[in-house]
Design a protein around this ligand. Structure first.
Ligand code: FES
Length: 117
């Protein structure tokens, strides 16, 4: 059964990096994406890396002539172990895969964040 855990204050959470907290044997990361709070399990669905310690980078887009463009509006989280990239928009891998980040429910109460795990 899931329980409500105090994560921290909203003021502690930054855009572009994850703040990580431990709850028993569960590790959880929170970041802001376009001002919206995202809370995920700190566990890569590929092979279990602490994915929230990876870098948040602009999505790389190659056009038909193989020119590279970086799209900072669609940042991805790059896993520190094997480099898989996950969209912060929906948690899906950038390459075709059914694997996705595990988003967690949360509540914000007077500036305090509570996660349900
Ligand atoms: S463990 Fe994350 S890409 Fe392999």
């Amino acid at each position: 059964m899931r329980q409500r855990h105090y994560f921290g204050t909203l003021a502690e959470i930054q855009e572009g990096r994850f703040t990580i907290r431990e709850f028993g044997n569960r590790s959880v990361g929170a970041t802001l994406h376009r001002g919206k709070l995202i809370v995920v399990l700190n566990f890569c669905p590929h092979a279990g890396a602490p994915i929230c310690s990876g870098k948040i980078i602009p999505k790389q887009i190659f056009d038909a002539s193989h020119e590279l463009t970086l799209d900072a509006e669609l940042p991805v989280l790059r896993c520190p172990w094997h480099g898989w990239e996950f969209s912060l928009e929906n948690g899906r891998t950038v390459v075709e895969s059914r694997l996705r980040l595990a988003y967690l429910e949360f509540e914000i109460d007077e500036g305090s964040i509570f996660v349900m795990i």
